[in-house]
Design a protein. Structure first.
Ligand SMILES: O=C(CO)COP(=O)(O)O
Length: 243
């Protein structure tokens, strides 16, 4: 199976309706372009008729009920989302999300028909201690559910120390982790070759082409540089050129 590469924007807790105009000119026939805005903007973005795919930034593992403030996967789908980011390091840090909770959310998302983008990544202390590959392997084992396929699951490698810091992992670090992720996933999933692996962490127009040339990098999960069309468009163009 040949999956298209994926340029995904994670707006995090940024933006109000005025920001949606940034998305109007985005889109591509050659790669998938996804914007994951705050939950309040999912339906307005999906209803805008833009060419981008729309995703959530989290969902609950439960289907419905008395869980104030939480959002079910089926509600994201109903609002117009096709994807959901799960297990972002900011949610793991801010909300204490565990691998098991991330896996349970992923099962719920797949049952609802959403594509999951499951995030993994080591802290700076873990990298300095030489634990990077072990941490990533453990996160993959715990966070990616058995029902994952190349069609319903994307994995994003986001080193925590590279998020929002302006520091990117260098090409050899990204190549090592992405190669290891592919191997780890291949041991569990027959179609792991087709599973898209994104890099995230201070991706910008100026470093995108170099990152997209690295083996086993099938796209990017972009934070800050996805907020403005002028910043995100050249990243999409770099991914198109990397085909
Ligand atoms: O966390 C990220 C995307 O999910 C990366 O954020 P930045 O691109 O702002 O470093």
């Amino acid at each position: 199976m040949d999956m298209k590469k994926l340029a995904a924007g994670n707006w995090k807790m940024n933006g109000t309706r005025a920001a949606l105009a940034e998305v109007d000119g985005l889109g591509s026939d050659r790669v998938e372009v996804l914007i994951c805005p705050p939950a309040t903007l999912i339906a307005p973005l999906a209803d805008r008729g833009s060419r981008v795919l729309v995703g959530g930034q989290d969902c609950d593992a439960r289907a419905e009920g008395a869980h104030t403030g939480d959002i079910a996967a089926a509600q994201l789908l109903d609002a117009g989302a096709s994807h959901v980011i799960l297990g972002h390091s900011e949610r793991r840090a801010d909300h204490g999300e565990t691998d098991a909770q991330v896996a349970a959310k992923a099962v719920a998302a797949h049952q609802a028909g959403l594509v999951t983008i499951i995030c993994v990544g080591e802290t700076e202390a873990q990298r300095d201690a030489g634990e990077t590959l072990a941490v990533i392997a453990a996160q993959l084992a715990g966070s990616v559910p058995d029902c994952a396929t190349a069609t319903n699951t994307v994995v994003a490698y986001e080193p925590v120390w590279a998020i929002g810091t302006g520091r990117t992992a260098d090409a050899s670090q990204i190549a090592e982790v992405h190669g290891a992720m592919r191997q780890t996933l291949a041991a569990r999933f027959a179609d792991a070759d087709g599973m898209r692996l994104l890099y995230g962490g201070s991706v910008k127009a100026g470093n995108a082409a170099e990152i997209f040339a690295i083996p086993n990098v099938d796209g990017a999960l972009v934070g800050g540089a996805s907020l403005k069309a002028a910043d995100f468009s050249p990243i999409i163009a770099a991914l198109e050129a990397a085909q």
